[in-house]
Design a protein around this ligand. Structure first.
Ligand code: AHR
Length: 659
């Protein structure tokens, strides 16, 4: 009997303890709060970690125009008699190769291209090979084009072979289709001079999968572009990042060099080529094949507003301390003209000079550019001084374009405060803030925007990611803290109008910076937990904020809130309540809806959850296990003004309700 009494007392005690630990989230439905901008969650693209050539851009040939500056044949292996010449048909890419008879019947002339960490090809798929060629002496020349597996132990190396006849001494484009008979991530493209071995000149040697994103010839890798579309992004920032500024002004990103025929887009050094000597890639260049037209087109196809960022005339200040590296303010005219011309390229009529270029590229309709950023991570008095003339000129020619300024590379401090006040003075519409910060920072900053001024520029959280000390790689816990922090973005949607995680892409063999959102090799890719966090916020963005509090306070993981973070939004008659539990124990919740009419109730529909056990907190998805972590639906039931819910340990939960 004593035992029974003790057991009952113990049960009652644990129920009481549990009841004590139930956290009540008060969600007011009295009135919808601030609208959430369609641009709220988006994408930051920068060509870092082989994100463009070797990544999203589906071109498989490296150094296709023989323009790499240290060695015109970098990426190529020449055999027999191959000569590099420099008077080719494309004035901005003048180099080409001349293949000649090697002078002995048993010898061969030709070229191998190694691709980007190899060339990934799949059995059953087709590949479009193209080349500009001529026979300088007239007549015909025979080529054999092959995809080969140089590591094969078989009788031959071929995955496929095709013959190509080049005729006449005029430059022409030739194409053929290659159909490999097996799948290989590191194939080599081989070009043989065959037949009578008549001299032939080759330029712009290109190989694309036929099946690109949306079938564009100068296309994008389908799995990677789809990973962007699936985010349901509202804003698409390009082309970076520091790459906008360049290691010096000469190598800054110049959008005019990235439009028009791809053959004549000049090569540019990649600013990330020299940044990290401990992960050094001496062959990291930008072909410009993925250029501003392609960025605008992709924005349109994935439903995101384009947000180009242009150089303000300051070279990367991290890499250039000397004033002379930058353009003096009184000589900024060409930089400002680039900005004005870009707006015309995007929005101008087809008979305007730059609108015509867009139309000739296949898009007569305007791209409807609404936002433009000037400058990336700039600082000091020099930045506002450089920005001011841009603002004046753009405002006077295009008063409707919303201008994005910057608060520099730091998330707070003297420079940050100074630049914010300068952005206000200059009347920037948005200020680009960057924070690659620690776990502690993300845990303690969900209230960052609760006290921001509601007057003046809006916030563009343009680059952010949780970088855990000693664990600077993708892992679940860091992503969970991003989800926690993002409740604070959502709650403050009246001041935060855009947010983009950074960086976006990384090739597993070519990365220099991590964590990143999406990883890939030559054939496979995977979406990280951070990708899923971004996707869930994009999918359950909602249209208006709802006030959500615990004991009258915002739920920011503050003391007494047991590591909980929460926010809520309205979407028509749907309500999405987001709760992040950053602790190792399950937490009981009571979702208490206030402001309802007397007889009105809310009804639980379902839940979606991203969670991990404690033992996998430092793991993420990978090429071999791409779905180790994925959001899963869970049953969430009930009807009334107050509903019970549970938030398991280490979980990001979205409770979906109807009113
Ligand atoms: O995202 C990588 C880099 O981080 C960006 O290029 C730069 O803006 C920031 O410093």
């Amino acid at each position: 009997m004593r035992k029974i009494i003790l057991a009952v007392a113990f049960c009652l005690l644990s129920l009481w303890v549990q009841a004590q630990e139930t956290h009540t989230l008060d969600i007011s439905l009295k009135k919808a709060g601030a609208p959430i901008q369609s641009t709220m969650y988006g994408i930051f693209f920068e060509d870092i970690n082989y994100a463009a050539d070797g990544g999203l851009y589906a071109e498989l040939v490296k150094n296709r125009s023989f323009e790499f500056p240290c060695d015109a044949l970098q990426g190529w292996k020449a055999f027999g008699k191959v000569e590099v010449k420099a008077d080719g048909p494309f004035e901005r890419n003048p180099h080409y190769v001349r293949l000649q008879d090697p002078g002995h019947p048993a010898r061969w002339t030709g070229l191998d291209n190694e691709g980007f960490f190899g060339i990934g090809v799949r059995e059953g798929e087709t590949y479009r090979f193209s080349v500009w060629a001529r026979v300088p002496d007239g007549g015909e020349s025979q080529l054999r084009i092959e995809l080969v597996n140089t590591a094969s132990m078989g009788e031959d190396h071929f995955l496929c072979q095709e013959e190509l006849t080049v005729s006449g001494n005029e430059w022409n484009k030739y194409t053929l289709t290659l159909s490999p008979d097996s799948t290989l991530d590191k194939a080599v493209l081989r070009i043989f001079l065959t037949g009578k071995r008549n001299t032939v000149d080759l330029e712009h040697v290109s190989l694309f999968p036929t099946d690109t994103w949306m079938g564009h010839e100068n296309g994008l890798r389908k799995d990677l572009a789809k990973a962007l579309a699936d985010l349901k992004p509202g804003i698409f920032r390009f082309p970076g990042g520091c790459i906008v500024e360049g290691a010096d002004l000469a190598t800054r990103y110049q959008w005019k060099n990235t439009v028009g025929p791809v053959e004549n887009r000049p090569l540019n050094e990649n600013r990330w080529e020299y940044s990290f000597p401990y992960r050094f890639y001496p062959d990291y260049y930008q072909s410009g094949g993925l250029g501003f037209f392609e960025f605008f087109q992709l924005s349109e196809e994935i439903g995101a507003e384009p947000l180009p960022i242009l150089s303000c005339g300051l070279a990367c200040q991290f890499q250039n301390e000397d004033e002379s590296a930058h353009c003096p303010v009184d000589q900024l005219e060409p930089f400002i003209q680039d900005a004005l011309d870009l707006i015309e390229f995007a929005n101008g009529p087809v008979d305007s000079p730059w609108g015509k270029v867009r139309a000739q590229m296949g898009h007569p309709a305007p791209f409807n550019l609404k936002f433009l950023g000037i400058g990336n991570e700039q600082w000091g008095e020099t930045f506002p001084a450089h920005l001011e003339p841009f603002v004046k000129s753009i405002r006077s020619a295009y008063p409707d374009i919303k201008l994005v300024g910057s608060s520099g590379p730091y998330s707070d401090g003297e420079q940050f405060d100074y630049l914010w006040s300068e952005m206000k003075r200059l009347g920037a519409d948005l200020v680009d803030e960057h924070y690659y910060q620690s776990e502690e920072w993300f845990l303690s900053h969900a209230g960052r925007y609760d006290t921001y001024s509601r007057k003046g520029p809006k916030v563009f959280a343009g680059e952010y990611a949780c970088h855990a000390k000693g664990k600077k790689w993708n892992h679940f816990y860091a992503s969970l803290l991003e989800a926690a922090f993002m409740t604070g973005l959502e709650r403050n949607a009246d001041v935060v109008h855009m947010a983009t995680y950074a960086p976006l892409f990384a090739h597993v063999e070519g990365w220099q910076w991590r964590p990143d959102l999406i990883w890939y090799d030559n054939l496979r890719s995977f979406r990280t937990v951070s990708w899923h966090v971004q996707q869930l916020y994009g999918q359950y963005r909602g249209s208006h904020c709802l006030k959500l509090t615990m004991d009258g306070a915002n739920v920011t993981g503050a003391e007494g809130q047991d590591g909980l973070f929460a926010s809520a939004v309205l979407d028509g008659n749907k309500i999405y309540v987001k709760v992040v539990n950053t602790t190792d124990k399950e937490q009981e919740l009571s979702l208490n809806f206030t402001g309802l009419k007397k007889k009105a109730v809310v009804k639980a529909v379902e839940g979606v959850r991203l969670s991990s056990c404690a033992c996998k907190l430092d793991k993420d998805n990978s090429l071999d296990a791409p779905a180790l972590f994925e959001p899963a639906p869970f049953t969430f039931e009930g009807e009334g003004k107050c509903l019970s819910a549970a938030a398991p340990a280490y979980s990001f939960n979205i409770y979906i309700l109807e009113k």
